[in-house]
Ligand binder design. Structure first.
Ligand code: HSE
Length: 322
């Protein structure tokens, strides 16, 4: 059987989840693809951090070039987060002829054209399903089964941490700080949760959705963005009293040929399908001119849902390029 040699850049929550899936579900992946996924190197940055998974110490390295420039590696999976050095690592890997899978919404949103153009130029795959809404296969649906549509609107709950916080504040009257700490413990929140609570993470994801649905790259800094730090328990109570729910919504719509976009806490009618999306779950509500309205719902964060999407991209490459 052919083997796909994989290098993991990052061994935190998402790296650990991905490694676990590739190990635990190896047999089914082999059966479905006819290719063996073999992790041959893992970049781990901090020595003593508590890890989700253990890996044989011979696989571990602290030098990214052991993966990016390693002639043995076929697929580089970038899970270190942040714009740099992640973007440079991905570009270098593509230039070295490696396919790249990434979960890194910040790097992709900031450098969308550079990354997609480099992949084209070097004839390698660049897949990033996990970067938006974790385990939900929304990107490949937009560029696959839904591709015949002109998209009219994309509207979503794109950040698990803030949805978790708003849900617990609403349903259990818990204070903001306590719930944020819980989200961090569960591995949903970013290392610096400012990106979650200020809406920056949702803006990164919306930027990627806009690029795929409307073929326009809008840098996330240009997306008007408001987070949830200004939402008080009183706001939540007032919303409830008027039959509404507050959700952090990322939205892009086509109006008179122009794409309008924003991320902001939004009052949704309790009957709106997105109002029923609770805890760390994400949902993306898509309107296409032909398909009409549909909603994708699932876990948008966490090691295994995110790892599931990453492994889906790896499998896609194994099927098409091996
Ligand atoms: N911090 C992100 C979230 C992780 O809470 O949704 C997934 O992108």
């Amino acid at each position: 059987m052919k083997t796909a040699k994989i290098g993991l850049l990052g061994f935190g929550n998402v790296g650990g989840g991905t490694y676990k899936i590739l190990t635990q579900n190896k047999k089914i992946i082999e059966k479905r693809t006819g290719v063996t996924p073999e992790v041959i190197k893992i970049l781990k940055r901090s020595k003593n951090k508590k890890r989700l998974m253990d890996a044989d110490s011979s696989l571990l390295t602290e030098d990214p070039d052991d993966i990016i420039q390693n002639p043995e590696v076929d697929i580089v999976v970038e899970m270190i987060g942040g714009i740099e050095p992640a973007t440079s690592f991905m570009v270098q890997a593509m230039k070295a002829g490696k396919h790249v899978v990434s979960a890194n919404k910040a790097a992709i949103a900031a450098n969308y054209r550079l990354l997609t153009n480099t992949a084209k130029e070097y004839n390698v795959e660049f897949l990033y399903e996990a970067s938006v809404a974790g385990g939900i296969p929304v990107l490949s649906s937009l560029t696959g089964p839904l591709e015949a549509n002109n998209f009219v609107e994309i509207m979503g709950i794109l950040n698990g941490t803030t949805n978790y916080i708003l849900t617990k504040m609403t349903d259990e009257n818990l204070p903001y700080d306590e719930v944020l700490k819980e989200a961090q413990e569960k591995g949903f929140a970013e290392a610096d949760p400012t990106a979650d609570v200020e809406g920056i993470d949702a803006a990164n994801k919306l930027s990627i959705l806009i690029a795929l649905a409307f073929d326009k790259h809008i840098h996330p800094d240009s997306i008007p963005t408001v987070g949830i730090t200004g939402i008080s328990s009183d706001d939540i109570k007032a919303a409830e009293e008027s039959g509404k729910k507050i959700k952090l919504i990322g939205k892009a719509s086509l109006r008179d040929g122009m794409v309008e976009y924003m991320v902001a806490p939004t009052l949704l009618d309790k009957n709106h399908p997105l109002a029923g999306v609770s805890n760390e779950f994400n949902a993306v509500y898509v309107t296409g001119d032909m398909v009409g309205e549909l909603m994708f719902y699932g876990r948008g964060a966490g090691p295994l849902p995110t790892g599931s999407a990453i492994c889906g991209d790896i499998i896609n490459i194994m099927k098409n390029r091996f």
